[in-house]
Design a protein around this ligand. Sequence first.
Ligand SMILES: NC(=O)c1ccc[n+]([C@@H]2O[C@H](COP(=O)([O-])OP(=O)(O)OC[C@H]3O[C@@H](n4cnc5c(N)ncnc54)[C@H](OP(=O)(O)O)[C@@H]3O)[C@@H](O)[C@H]2O)c1
Length: 309
Amino acid sequence: MKPTILITGATGKTGFFAAETMIEKGYTVKTMARKKSGATDKLLALGAEIVIGDFHDLASLEKGMKGVERAYLVYPPEDGLLEATANFIVAAQSNGVKAIVNMSQLPVHKYHSSRLSKQHWLAEQMLDLTDMMVTHVRPGFFADMLYLMNGANILQQGKMFLPHGDAYHAPIAGEDIGRSVAAILENPEKHDRKHYFLTGPDRVSQKDIAGIASEILGTPIEYVSVSYEQWAEALKQTGFMSDFLIKHLVEVGKDYQNDVFDKVTTTVEELTGQKPMNMKTFIETNKSFFTPDYLQAYAEKMVAGKQAA
Ligand SMILES: NC(=O)c1ccc[n+]([C@@H]2O[C@H](COP(=O)([O-])OP(=O)(O)OC[C@H]3O[C@@H](n4cnc5c(N)ncnc54)[C@H](OP(=O)(O)O)[C@@H]3O)[C@@H](O)[C@H]2O)c1
């Protein structure tokens, strides 16, 4: 019989696809969320079991991990990652979990000026100290950042305001990360103590992305380069981003300008046997993300998440 898998963050951008892929492969999949929602209904319909749990409630993690052999750990881009990881390790070890795939990020560094990027580095160290099989995925910026950061401006003004100058990166879809995570969970021995830099297939600048989005969405979209200060203020005005996240985005934005994200790897294809999607395919596949209803629902979800934190 195939082992039971726990997918955390299963209502999010990568966890959902990790859960879907593991179900397709015939595994018993438990998915964790803090509460029931339309997203958990969708997971239930796919065949997942829903466990209600919170990274900051150790008892709920211990309960959720009963019978689990392998797990995906994904924490939102907010403060508290280290406590969450410590709770996760304690709950996993007391339940005999054998393998963990950990969501980290490309720019992690022990002296990073972003507290989140530093916390990701420390979380990797904590997991490596355990006797479980551990794999860290370190993606670059998600393709999904296009609608998350610019969706409303694209719809209202036909503009993308970002502080990234002319730098390049290779955006990767959350879906491709989720499928890569599933491939690791299938064969954890092979990937033990590995760090995988996950990227999309093409280097693009924000100007290139604006051009691709214009073509697919059928409306002119212009990239407008702004200062970090202007950007941080605009993000604050959205009302759904914490100061912690805004500071993180500014610090990794500086990495971006320094070409830290200018990297293309073939790791997704090596792990999954399938090429990751490029920006054109991502936008074509997800046109519904660029609609007022979707963006409004997303903003409301973010505000609820910020209030719950
Ligand atoms: N965005 C990027 O470009 C990028 C790049 C590299 C790395 N990353 C990393 O990716 C991670 C985020 O992954 P993602 O985008 O797949 O997730 P996401 O879409 O941000 O979703 C967050 C998930 O975490 C769950 N969650 C939030 N707080 C929780 C808590 N206290 N206890 C239990 N579950 C909780 C949410 O579930 P419910 O709300 O339903 O409970 C949701 O499923 C971050 O660690 C970030 O550093 C992001």
